[in-house]
Design a protein around this ligand. Structure first.
Ligand code: AP5
Ligand code: MG
Length: 213
């Protein structure tokens, strides 16, 4: 099963993608997490990506596509995957589509987690992310068992550099201009499913399970 998660920054793509990955036994592939891991490890890729991410801008398509295609070519992705944060532009979606077509394959579901902009700004300031495994929490809605510590791996939880209010607003503008058109792209392919992302994360997941079966 090949799934694409769509939705604004902070809509809950990562939260839901992790649950899908666990439930259906497929890898969770997040380009944002791959970039953040590279930043943490001080790689050249990380240094380049950081210059865009800190401003809330998109990393150039060419670089992002290369990283993503490398990742999905790995052995653990052969029975499917859930993509979180990719594609984010029409050119990225077209490259993915062309690569899958070559393999006689296609995306099965594009799940659009729908959350209005007003809710997003409130959510982001409460988000905490694990520096090590990328798990995300919310200080009010989805708190870790122990404050500041990841439930899954015990590493430190931090506020992401790009979760400051001004940067979030920029990310939202870029989302509406460049990423939202993917809703039409996947509607035209007949695979778009929209879920209400404003409800509790367990309820969002219940709606997704109805779609995926
Ligand atoms: P990325 O890491 O993908 O960030 P994003 O899309 O902005 O999305 P977020 O991770 O911020 O939000 P999310 O939807 O995953 O929400 P989450 O589950 O954490 O990308 C970061 C940057 O990398 C980009 O800005 C860009 O620079 C670059 N990049 C990455 N991919 C790229 C690409 N393909 N092309 C170009 N550049 C790329 O939830 C948010 C918060 O809400 C959390 O605190 C969570 O606990 C809470 N929450 C979740 N669900 C609920 C709920 N139902 N109710 C209440 N709270 C909830
Ligand atoms: Mg995310």
């Amino acid at each position: 099963m090949k799934i694409v998660m769509l939705g604004a920054p902070g809509a809950g793509k990562g939260t839901q993608a992790k649950m899908i990955a666990e439930q259906y036994g497929i890898p969770h592939v997040s380009t944002g997490d791959i970039f953040r891991m590279n930043i943490k490890n001080g790689t050249e890729l990380g240094k380049e990506a950081k210059t865009y991410m800190d401003k809330g801008e998109l990393v150039p398509d060419e670089l992002t596509v290369r990283i993503l295609l490398d990742r999905v070519a790995q052995e653990d992705c052969k029975n499917g995957y859930v993509l979180d944060g990719f594609p984010r532009t029409i050119p990225q979606a077209e490259v993915l589509d062309a690569e899958l077509t070559k393999l006689g394959d296609a995306i099965d579901y594009a799940i659009n987690v729908d959350v209005p902009d007003e809710n997003i700004i409130r959510r982001m300031s409460g988000r905490r992310a694990c520096v090590s495994c990328g798990a995300t929490y919310h200080i009010v809605h989805i708190p870790p068992k122990k404050e500041g510590i990841c439930d899954k791996c015990g590493a430190e939880l931090i506020l992401r550099d790009d979760d400051k209010e001004e940067t979030v607003k920029n990310r939202l503008n870029i989302y509406h201009a460049q990423t939202q058109p993917l809703i039409d792209f996947y509607t035209n392919k007949g695979v778009l499913k929209t879920v209400d992302g404003t409800v509790d994360s367990a309820e969002v997941f219940a709606a997704i399970k109805v779609i995926l079966g």
